[in-house]
Design a binder for this molecule. Structure first.
Ligand code: SF4
Length: 465
């Protein structure tokens, strides 16, 4: 079947067809519509890629709760890693019989459930109302206990993190949920004459900051060891870093292959989900690698055949921040655009972790490379550099309702892009954006039309950095 996007209902027929043709699925495989029947109603409104690789991706994503329950039943230790997005899970998976997940992922539950759960109501009742970002759903998920098991160890980074998350995690601790806090300082460039250290992503930080974070991570490592009942040596941690880098390498191949190919071998929605696997491997590191390899191979095969899911002239858009409502990724493509590069606030989880320095220092460098741990100017430089590298014609900043960092940073990013000759628009996307769909469509179509009319000079002249 040629590459195309299909509905959930069409996926049922496609699944039967693939199964009849001998598709061998992993244990979590099966028709996608069962997830909608189980409460993930947003799936009924999404358009999906029709490949077996995409089927595996969605089934993997949507069975994480079952995986965590199975891990608990098997006696494995479960670590909840909050906010750092990419570091603590690398450490946790280096220990035997330990899995890590991000309770922050509850961010998307109101979308998947189309607001049919009481997660926001619980948060409201605890004083965390909609002046906070949708990550407040995490508080409701902890209290209800309905979406993930209570972790054996809950770890949270603080310091250079957003106010929303700190306040919500503090509220959680106030409810009697113990949290191991560790601090990530605000990244600054080395002063003149001060020893500096190169970070992933082309950044730099003072040696003193790297040493400070390394010390904080040592505390986390010791807590993980106490939980697992055994310490690990640097060789085991280095092996964990290599395994994470293997996943990041496959993901980088996938992103480069899809973003650089004119006809978009895979849709923006599946690419967004694929990026999220890098954070904590969706609670199964080996399977995450297999899922990403399948996607990469599918994208390569389609590109080699000159096939894709979108017209070759779809306008190339660089997307900033993840969307609270996944359906908006479909909307971009309905409006004649496509994603050709992303900055979902997780670039430090996509960049390779250094393997030529001691592992604890490597992880500390990664922490400091977090785009949200430094200045907005650093973030803008990276965005413009990547937008140029991927040949973006336009840029969308997707604001997150209530998010403390979105109030002004989004405008700064959009203005910097426009000043560099890249037409840009800011939109705000709530967890279910159907009521705003006409307005969002108008704004996205306006950007696409501006780009088609030759509004961007980024490709010809280069931007930023
Ligand atoms: S405010 Fe932004 S950085 Fe903070 S939890 Fe929400 S989305 Fe994440």
């Amino acid at each position: 079947m040629r590459p195309m996007k299909i509905s959930l209902r069409e996926w049922d027929a496609r699944h039967a067809e693939l199964t009849a043709a001998g598709l061998a699925e992993p244990s979590y495989g099966g028709p996608l519509s069962r997830h909608a029947a189980g409460g993930d109603r947003r799936l009924l409104k999404l358009a999906f890629d029709n490949s077996a690789a995409a089927l595996r991706l969605w089934n993997f994503l949507l069975t994480e709760e079952e995986r965590l329950a199975a891990a608990r039943a098997a006696g494995m230790k479960i670590v909840g890693a909050m906010k750092d997005l990419g570091t603590v899970p690398v450490m946790a998976y280096s220990f035997p019989a330990t899995v890590a997940f991000y309770p922050d992922g509850a961010w998307w539950l109101p979308c998947f459930k189309e607001l049919s759960t009481d997660l926001f109501a619980i948060a409201d009742g605890l004083g965390i109302d909609d002046s906070f970002c949708p990550v407040r759903a995490m508080l409701g998920a902890f209290v209800s206990g309905a979406h993930f098991p209570r972790p054996d160890l809950l770890v949270a980074s603080t310091g250079a993190t957003c106010d929303d998350f700190s306040a919500i995690a503090q509220r959680l601790q106030g409810l009697g949920v113990p949290i191991l806090w560790w601090e990530a300082p605000h990244r600054r460039p080395p002063d003149p004459g001060e020893e500096g250290v190169e970070l992933p992503g082309g950044l730099a930080a003072p040696r003193a900051q790297v040493e400070f974070v390394r010390g904080e991570l040592v505390r986390v490592r010791e807590a993980l060891g106490a939980l697992a009942g055994t310490a690990i040596d640097d060789a085991a941690l280095a092996a964990g870093i290599r395994a994470a880098n293997e996943i990041r390498t496959v993901l980088a191949d996938l992103r480069e292959g899809v973003f650089a190919t004119p006809a978009a071998p895979l849709p923006s929605l599946e690419m967004l989900v694929a990026e999220m696997l890098a954070l904590h491997f969706c609670s199964d590191r080996a399977e995450a690698l297999a899922v990403l390899r399948d996607l990469r191979d599918e994208a390569r095969a389609r590109a080699a055949a000159g096939e894709g899911v979108l017209p070759a002239d779809a306008v190339r858009v660089f997307w900033v921040n993840p969307v609270a409502d996944l359906r908006v990724m479909n909307l971009l493509e309905d409006c004649g655009g496509r994603v050709c590069g992303t900055e979902y606030m997780i670039c430090h989880a996509l960049d390779l972790i250094p393997e030529d320095v001691p592992p604890m220092e490597a992880l500390a460098r990664m922490v400091l490379a977090d785009p949200m741990a430094g200045s907005a100017a650093d973030r803008v430089r990276r965005i413009l550099r990547d937008a140029q590298r991927f040949g973006a014609e336009g840029l969308i900043v997707s604001r997150i309702p209530g998010a403390s960092h979105c109030a002004w940073e989004g405008a700064v990013i959009a203005e910097a892009a426009a000043a560099a000759g890249l037409p840009a628009v800011e939109i705000e996307v709530p967890p279910v954006a159907d009521a705003l769909r006409p307005a969002l469509r108008t704004r996205i179509e306006a950007l696409v039309e501006t780009c088609r009319a030759g509004g961007g000079r980024a490709k010809e002249e280069g931007v930023g950095a």
